[in-house]
Design a protein around this ligand. Structure first.
Ligand SMILES: [Zn+2]
Length: 250
């Protein structure tokens, strides 16, 4: 990992939209940053490609979807996010393609964010070689979100959206990728950390299945460890790190 200092995330924006594959994707890394942003009076919305219905072995998808959707709404509310939308793609088998790009572009046109957040779109977590293989859902949604930030601004791409009164929005200035192996920017995690813990804890059904450890201990340790990872490059401050892809601003 580079030892270059992480820059402060831009703050000269008002609306952000986070687009990820599954319930819990944002709580596993970004929620402390989201809490800091909503504290500062910014609006943040969440868009989830799936309802996470394939995520719990002991629960059939139809039942699981309801549980996980409710847990996601609760976890979003903890960090000040009240807009949570589900695109209805199938968990585990999301396909990168025009349908996904169109759905995300439509969400970007509806919400008109300046900052778009997504999760690691690359093949692996951590350095390659030696990193864990990423899931196809994360790769597909991350890449489609990076692409849709531009699609949203072009009226001739997905003209059916234009016909449905979703006017082009070319105002996305940055797409910030969480969980990147090569982060460039960071947000101090400390002010939002307790709420990030509670936000992840809201996924209680999923956590019960995932670990035998007491859920709060597991969650605190996990978030402390991941936010400490960025500290050496951010003046010793535990942080949520992002890789920023800037976009040309009109
Ligand atoms: Zn996920």
């Amino acid at each position: 990992m580079s030892d270059q200092r992480l820059e402060e995330m831009p703050t000269d924006w008002q609306r952000a939209l986070a687009v990820v594959a599954h319930p819990d994707d944002l709580e596993y890394g970004c929620a402390a940053a989201v809490a800091a942003w909503t504290d500062a009076g910014k609006q943040v919305g969440y868009v989830l490609a799936t309802r996470g219905e394939a995520g719990i072995d002991s629960l059939a998808p139809a039942d699981c979807a309801e549980v996980r959707e409710a847990e996601q709404r609760e976890s979003a509310a903890v960090v000040g996010v009240t807009t949570v939308e589900f695109l209805g793609h199938r968990d585990g088998v999301i396909e990168y393609g025009l349908a996904l790009r169109r759905d995300i572009a439509a969400a970007i046109r509806r919400h008109r964010p300046e900052l778009v957040i997504t999760l690691n779109h690359r093949d692996t977590w951590g350095p390659s070689p030696g990193g864990f293989w990423n899931t196809p859902d994360h790769r597909a949604v991350g890449r489609a979100t990076l692409d849709a930030a531009a699609d949203a601004g072009n009226r001739w791409i997905f003209p059916e959206l234009f016909d449905a009164d979703l006017r082009p929005w070319n105002g996305v200035r940055w797409v910030a990728v969480a969980g990147s192996t090569t982060p460039t920017h960071a947000v101090d995690a400390r002010p939002g950390l307790d709420r990030a813990v509670r936000s992840l804890l809201a996924h209680r059904t999923y956590l019960e299945e995932l670990t035998d450890r007491p859920a709060e201990e597991y969650v605190r340790d996990f978030l402390a460890e991941t936010t400490a990872h960025a500290a050496p490059r951010f003046d010793g401050r535990p942080a949520v790190a992002f890789e920023i892809f800037p976009r040309p601003h009109p």
